[in-house]
Design a protein around this ligand. Structure first.
Ligand SMILES: O=C(O)CCC(=O)C(=O)O
Length: 278
């Protein structure tokens, strides 16, 4: 793994922000050159998989990591991955990845309905009985286009809502819940968020298409949502990436890992000079 990871560890202030707000902004997570390359890839996939377009024009693409080395590089990206292990520890996998392309909405389709507020992971939120429910996973969203102003298809969040199992929704069916804010960031920014944070996509009323890429990391015992499995990544020989993509000795290794199941742990022990914990 790229040793530059070691210079981007989660610091105390970032941890506090993440714990309190349920998300963390990472400015300049991608260089302008990375952004340009990723936009090229996203545009190409958008054309190749145009048949997946949704009725509102949006494209939600999954299972794309094999398409380019840069997508594979984002798995353990030095600007963000150290924050991911700083929050979840070494017992990690990638459980989901998606590209979200939100084109401008024609003026005659501008609607005033409330956003699609949700916590991630579907039935997890119905079937786990604790209050608050456990974190289990986090996502890194990379924003490739300019969303510094509201109304550009911004990612919306309710800061601090990750500890609330239920969302108080205004009864008019239009307004956003109290405290909701758009994330306004320039291209190349990343947002790391707790899956329990109430969040939503939003319509794009600007004249440029919004493009974002999301990588979700969870503990290794959670079933992945991506359809690709380690067998689909024959060329990937890097041990830590193989861990992230689901490589395992046998079924027991998902919850009682041996060292060969979790090379990230040994890497952290060696490079951070500390024991990485139980
Ligand atoms: O595309 C967006 O801004 C929102 C993505 C989202 O809702 C999610 O990752 O769960």
């Amino acid at each position: 793994m790229d040793p530059r990871c070691l210079t981007n560890s989660l610091n105390d202030q970032e941890r506090q922000t993440f714990e309190e707000k349920g998300y963390l902004l990472v400015p300049k997570a991608l260089s302008p050159g990375d952004v340009t390359r990723l936009i090229g890839l996203v545009d190409r996939l958008g054309i190749e998989r145009a048949d997946e377009v949704e009725p509102d024009g949006r494209l939600h693409l999954r299972d794309f990591l094999r398409e380019d080395d840069l997508f594979m590089d984002l798995l353990d990206w030095p600007r963000t991955f150290p924050k991911v292990w700083g929050i979840l520890g070494w017992h990690l996998q990638l459980y989901l990845s998606h590209i979200d392309i939100t084109p401008p909405l024609p003026v005659d389709q501008h609607r005033t309905v409330t956003l699609g507020w949700h916590q991630d992971s579907g039935r997890v939120n119905l079937e786990m009985e604790t209050d608050p429910r456990p974190r289990l996973s986090i996502k890194v969203g990379y924003f490739l286009t300019d969303t510094t102003e509201p109304g550009c298809g911004n990612f919306w969040v309710i800061p601090g809502s990750h500890l609330k199992n239920k969302l108080d929704r205004p009864t008019d069916g239009i307004s956003n819940p109290q405290g909701a804010i758009p994330i306004c960031v320039p291209p190349g920014s990343a947002v790391i968020f707790d899956r329990r944070l109430w969040h939503s996509r939003s319509p794009n009323h600007s004249d440029r298409t919004r493009k974002a890429v999301f990588y979700g990391y969870s503990y290794r015992w959670l079933r992945p949502r991506d359809n690709l499995r380690i067998e689909d990544y024959e060329d990937c020989r890097d041990p830590i990436r193989r861990q992230l993509l689901g490589a395992v000795r046998d079924g027991h290794g998902y919850s009682s890992p041996e060292p060969e199941d979790v090379p990230l742990r040994a890497w952290l022990d060696e490079h951070q000079g500390t024991n990485s914990g139980p």
